[in-house]
Design a protein. Structure first.
Length: 384
C-alpha cells in the first residue's frame, strides 16, 4: 500500500491549526511544536528545487544577532522563542522554497479560505442563539479571544468581498459578507474594520482601475498613520455597537508604543533583543511566563531588532508584494485573496504585536499568507 505523503502533510497542518484554535485546554497546546516539527521533517525530506530567500535569510539572521549581541534576562527565554519562530518561518513563511513547500503552502492557504469563513459564520450563529463566550474579551464566538475573532472575521469579510467582485455578485455572497462584518463589529476590533476598508479600496481599484480610488487609498493610509495613536482593539462592552462606541478615541496602546520607541532609542541599530523588552524602562505587557504583549508589530520589530531588522523586514515585504501585484493581471482569485490578506495584516500590525509570536494563530496565518505569496510568485515564474 502506497503512503500518500501530501495527504499526511496536510492532515498534520490541520492538526497544528486546530491545536492553536483549541487553546482553551492547556494540554492541547503541548503538541503544537512537536507537530510542526514533524510537518517540517515531512516537507524537507524531498528538497526538490531547494532555494533560500536571501532577504528573508538576512532578516532572520538579524533577529538572531539581536539575541546574541544583547544581555537578555532569562525570563524571556529568547533563544527558545526564536527557534520556535524560526520553525514557523521554515514551514509557513518565505524563508525556504522547495516544490513540496510550495504545494503545501498554497493548499494550506486554500484551506484557510474555507475555514475562516466557516468559523465566522459559526460565531454569528453562536451570537444569534445566545451561547456563552468560550474565551476572553468582548464577543469571542467559537474562538478563545475576541482579539482572534476580529482578524478572522475581517479576513472572512475580505474573502466574501472578493467573491462578489471577481466571481459575480449573488444574494448569498452579499449576505455572508454582511454576516462577516457583523461578527467583526461584535468582536469590537476597530483595527480589523480599518484593515478591511483598506482591503476593500484596493480590491475595488483592482477590479475597476479607477484612478480616483488610488488617491483615496493613499488618503486612507495617511488617515491610519495619523489616527494610529487613537486606536485600540479590546475593551469591555455588551451590545453589538457598544464595545466600539465605548472606546471613543482612548488609546490603551499608547504606553506600549512609548516603551517600544524608548527601547529603540536605547539600541537603535540592533534593538534590545528578539522577544524581549527592556525591564529598566518598563515591564508593561510582560507576563509571568516571559511572553510579551508589545502592543504593535511594527514598533516591536524596531525595538527588538533595531533599524537593521525593520529595514530588512520592509525590504522583504516590498520585494514580495511588488512581484505579487504584477501577477494581478492573471485574474487568479487566489492571488487577489493572498494580496488582500497581506494588506489586512499590514494595517493590523499597527496595534497587534504577534509578528514574532510563534504560538499565535494570527501570526501563523500571516506567515502562511506571506509564504503563499512567495510560493505563487515561484509558480508563475516557472510558467514563463
Amino acid at each position: 500500500m502506497r503512503v500518500n505523503i501530501p495527504h499526511i502533510i496536510f492532515c498534520v497542518f490541520i492538526t497544528v491549526f486546530l491545536t492553536l484554535l483549541l487553546k482553551i485546554s492547556p494540554e492541547v497546546s503541548k503538541v503544537y511544536y512537536p507537530v510542526i516539527f514533524v510537518l517540517f521533517f515531512l516537507l524537507i525530506a524531498k528538497p526538490v528545487n531547494f532555494k533560500i530567500n536571501l532577504i528573508a535569510f538576512i532578516f532572520t539572521l538579524i533577529t538572531g544577532l539581536s539575541i546574541f549581541l544583547n544581555d537578555i534576562p532569562t525570563i524571556f527565554n529568547s533563544y527558545n522563542r526564536w527557534l520556535g519562530w524560526l520553525l514557523i518561518l521554515f514551514v509557513f513563511g518565505p524563508l525556504i522554497t522547495t516544490t513540496p513547500f510550495i504545494k503545501f503552502r498554497i493548499k494550506a492557504f486554500s484551506f484557510l479560505l474555507k475555514l475562516l469563513p466557516f468559523l465566522t459564520i459559526l460565531s454569528f450563529l453562536w451570537y444569534v442563539f445566545g451561547l456563552p463566550n468560550l474565551g476572553r474579551g468582548d464577543f469571542t464566538g467559537v474562538t478563545y479571544h475576541s482579539m482572534l475573532l476580529g482578524p478572522i472575521s475581517g479576513l472572512s469579510s475580505a474573502f466574501f468581498l472578493n467573491k462578489n467582485l471577481f466571481e459575480g455578485k449573488s444574494k448569498k455572497r452579499l449576505g455572508l459578507l454582511l454576516i462577516s462584518l457583523v461578527v467583526c463589529v461584535l468582536a469590537a476590533s476597530r483595527t480589523a474594520l480599518l484593515a478591511f476598508v483598506l482591503v476593500a479600496l484596493v480590491s475595488f481599484y483592482i477590479k475597476y482601475k479607477m484612478k480616483n480610488l488610488l488617491y483615496l487609498i493613499l488618503l486612507f493610509c495617511g488617515f491610519i498613520i495619523f489616527q494610529a495613536v487613537n486606536m485600540e482593539n479590546v475593551n469591555q462592552g455588551s451590545g453589538i455597537f457598544e464595545s466600539l462606541s465605548n472606546k471613543s478615541f482612548n488609546n490603551s496602546r499608547e504606553g506600549y508604543w512609548t516603551n517600544r520607541i524608548k527601547e529603540w532609542y536605547k539600541s537603535p541599530l540592533i534593538g534590545v533583543g528578539f522577544a524581549s523588552v527592556d525591564l529598566t524602562i518598563s515591564d508593561l505587557g510582560v507576563h509571568e511566563d516571559g511572553s510579551i504583549e508589545p502592543g504593535t508589530s511594527w514598533l516591536a520589530v524596531l525595538s527588538m531588532t533595531g533599524l537593521l531588522g525593520l529595514l530588512s523586514f520592509i525590504l522583504l515585504l516590498s520585494n514580495i508584494y511588488t512581484k505579487l501585484y504584477k501577477l494581478i493581471k492573471t485574474n487568479d482569485i487566489l492571488i487577489i485573496n493572498v494580496l488582500s490578506f497581506n494588506i489586512f495584516f499590514i494595517v493590523s500590525f499597527v496595534s497587534e504585536g504577534y509578528l514574532f509570536a510563534a504560538g499565535s494563530v494570527s501570526g501563523l496565518i500571516y506567515w502562511l499568507s506571506l509564504g503563499c505569496a512567495s510560493s505563487l510568485i515561484s509558480v508563475y515564474a516557472k510558467k514563463k
